[in-house]
Design a protein around this ligand. Structure first.
Ligand code: MLT
Length: 323
């Protein structure tokens, strides 16, 4: 009798242990590292998408801002964390496609050394200036910068960030690679200084500047996309504004450390897709000017292909760029 009771107890504890193992991921909050300051484009997308992902996952997606070195500090932290699905990152064109060409000693490898989850949003680039700049349109602005490059202060979010990368391409086209530049921990804080007139211009992602452009607190000279944005229909494309060579599309997307279990990857991909299919989340993203990713871009393979394609595109210009 005693043996039977003991046997039952052992079987029960084995079943409980097995049950605990089988308990579905995630069993605790998931940290999503945003590698820039709060209030900037990466943070905005992460919070909107993360909000809905929390509902699907049944656990909070906690945003942690770890800024520095053009976003590479936060991404290094995320991608060297334990590959257990509890630390992921919201990176972008800069941290995943531009950083390898910008930082020779980069401590992560976006192409072979991480687990892509999916693209979260396309973020068109705008050339924006302080509201009292004399130049009324892009042609006048370009002429003024070319004539007096040392009179213009550019803001960016550090080497390899999207703002730095996209303005590097812009200045390359103008033939004025060296301007006075001020590095911030993100374009959220840079935007505050643009609004208050302490800096002159930047190349920034639509999601953080669209409200200020609509409010008239800053000037938008052009959007570097093939089409105007429905969020800012009055802003001309660079082609319409006379600089067709300047075309660049930025994006944000989620990645996890290499080796993250398939079960966790699948859950994260599913949660990202459910967020991007949710009407309210879509509305919030679209109002800010986000371009929703295609079905393929929302998958790990599609996102990996995008990272690789853009890294190859940016590599020559960024390796040659003054730093
Ligand atoms: C940010 O969130 O501050 C930006 O994505 C910075 C940038 O890369 O320009």
């Amino acid at each position: 009798m005693k043996r039977t009771v003991l046997g039952l107890a052992a079987a029960l504890s084995l079943a409980l242990a097995g049950g605990a193992h089988a308990q579905a991921y995630p069993t605790k909050p998931v940290t999503m590292i945003v590698p820039f300051a709060a209030g900037g484009p990466t943070d905005i997308i992460a919070r909107i998408v993360g909000d809905h992902m929390s509902k699907t996952l049944g656990q909070q997606v906690v945003i942690e801002n770890v800024a520095g070195a053009g976003g590479t500090t936060g991404i290094t932290r995320a991608l060297t964390a334990a590959p257990d699905g509890y630390t992921i990152a919201m990176g972008h064109l800069g941290t995943f496609s531009a950083a390898p060409a910008t930082y020779p000693g980069l401590k992560y490898d976006p192409i072979n050394g991480m687990q892509p989850i999916g693209m979260a949003g396309g973020t068109p680039i705008l050339i924006v200036g302080r509201k009292n700049l004399d130049a009324a349109d892009l042609k006048a602005f370009v002429a003024a910068v070319k004539a007096n490059p040392d009179k213009f202060n550019e803001a960016h979010a550090g080497l390899g960030s999207v703002s730095w990368t996209t303005c590097t391409l812009f200045k390359g086209i103008l033939g004025t690679p060296k301007l006075n530049a001020v590095a911030y921990r993100g374009t959220g804080p840079a935007l505050n200084d643009l609004v208050s007139g302490q800096i002159d211009f930047m190349c920034d992602q639509i999601v953080s500047v669209s409200e200020q452009v609509k409010a008239g607190t800053i000037k938008a000279y052009a959007i570097a996309s093939a089409q105007r944005s429905p969020a800012l229909p009055n802003v001309p494309t660079t082609t319409e504004a006379g600089l067709p060579e300047y075309q660049i599309e930025a994006w944000n997307g989620i990645a996890a450390p290499k080796g993250t279990p398939k079960e966790a990857v699948d859950r994260l991909v599913d949660a990202l897709n459910k967020a991007l299919n949710d009407e309210n989340t879509k509305k919030r993203l679209l109002e800010l000017g986000t371009v929703l990713p295609t079905a393929a871009e929302r998958t790990p393979d599609g996102f990996a292909a995008l990272i690789k394609r853009d890294a190859a595109k940016l590599d020559p210009a960024l390796k040659a760029a003054p730093k």
